[in-house]
Design a protein around this ligand. Structure first.
Ligand SMILES: Cc1ncc(C[n+]2csc(CCOP(=O)(O)OP(=O)(O)O)c2C)c(N)n1
Ligand SMILES: [Mg+2]
Length: 326
């Protein structure tokens, strides 16, 4: 599918923002400036970008432990996101969520989740709610391929299909479940084939090709808006960093995958330069793209300054936000 230049420019802006944000967080984490745990989305930028692009603010999304890219693609404020990672009071959750457990309901972001497959049942419930409310809003549920072997994956998809809810379940198959190759854990070999057992279409897509993911995302989201039911999408992607930041320092760099494999993926399958090339091929000038890159650099630099200048939450705020307003 060939995308128009104006769309490619905006998709590239989102992808580049995720890339620059994650590179920055990786550096800050290494220096001990960002506390807790972070999991990098570097290498997977096209997936969140394509699936969030067609979404409205009122559409919802559930995320994972690797959620920074999902959040940026859904339009969360980069400064408030950075402050959240720093645990500061100006963060999207007042600094109480951190990297893995922040949410922003004003943007339909239902939250990250430290439990593998944990976001999916929440997304099915939200999608049922959209349907019962009579809206044509949809819900996207992101998950890693590690989710497909959990019981709740089957239970959730079964109910989603029976109730015909507007859910788009996106499996980000980045080839590894923590330190295990997915083939070692996943029977049947092909995640997309599982859709058939729920009466859903089988869809598999190259997640490093923004144009290909964009087309699949548009179709699945339209199907959900039209009331034609859920989709399960198998997206082939790759993560360039370790499972979590700091992994290489703790485990070593080639314990469960080879340096050659990582280098080959970086050289040939990096979605950010591939998207940049698509934009150039569509007639976008290098100057236009360089201007976007410099705007994004400033946005991320400003976000770090904002976060580091922000205060930590007051002790008196510890029990606020524990229960939702009735
Ligand atoms: C139910 C559960 N089991 C185990 C873990 C520990 N754990 C955290 S992330 C992870 C791997 C997840 O792999 P995948 O779903 O492929 O997502 P990815 O990290 O590759 O994005 C595991 C096993 C957990 N958080 N929750
Ligand atoms: Mg994985």
């Amino acid at each position: 599918m060939s995308l128009p230049a104006d769309v490619l420019i905006e998709l590239y802006r989102v992808m580049f923002t995720i890339r620059r944000f994650e590179e920055t967080v990786s550096g800050l984490f290494g220096e001990g400036r960002v506390p807790g745990f972070t999991h990098s989305y570097i290498g997977m930028e096209a997936v969140a970008t394509a699936f969030c692009w067609p979404l409205r603010e009122t559409d919802m999304m559930s995320s994972t432990h690797r959620g920074h890219g999902h959040a940026i693609a859904k339009g969360l404020d980069v400064s408030k996101l950075t402050a959240e990672l720093y645990g500061r009071s100006t963060g999207v959750c007042g600094g109480k969520g951190g990297s893995m457990h922040f949410a922003d309901f004003s943007r339909g972001f239902l939250g990250g989740n430290g439990i593998v497959a944990g976001g999916l049942p929440t997304a099915v419930g939200a999608a049922l709610g959209r349907k019962l409310d009579g809206t044509d809003d949809v819900v996207v549920a992101f998950m890693g391929e590690g989710a497909v072997n959990h019981g709740v994956f089957h239970e959730s998809l079964n109910l989603a299909a029976v109730w015909e809810v507007p859910l788009i379940a996106v499996v980000e198959n980045n080839q590894y479940t923590q330190y295990s190759p997915y083939e070692a854990l996943t029977a049947g070999g092909n995640i997309s084939e599982r859709a058939r057992s729920y009466g859903l279409p089988e869809v598999k897509v190259d997640g490093q090709d923004i144009a290909a993911v964009y087309e699949v995302a548009q179709r699945a989201i339209q199907r959900a808006r039209d009331g034609d039911g859920p989709s399960l999408i198998d997206v082939e992607t790759y993560r360039f960093h370790g499972h979590h930041e700091g992994e290489e320092q703790i485990l070593g760099v080639d314990v469960y995958r080879s340096l050659d494999e990582i280098a080959e993926q970086r050289e040939q399958r990096d979605p950010v330069p591939l998207a940049r090339q698509l934009a150039v091929d569509a007639g976008v000038t290098d100057g236009t793209l360089a201007a976007i890159e410099s705007e994004v650099d400033s946005e991320v630099e400003h976000a770090v300054t904002f976060a580091e200048a922000s205060p930590e939450p007051e002790l008196s705020a510890a029990l606020a936000d524990v229960y939702a307003d009735a």
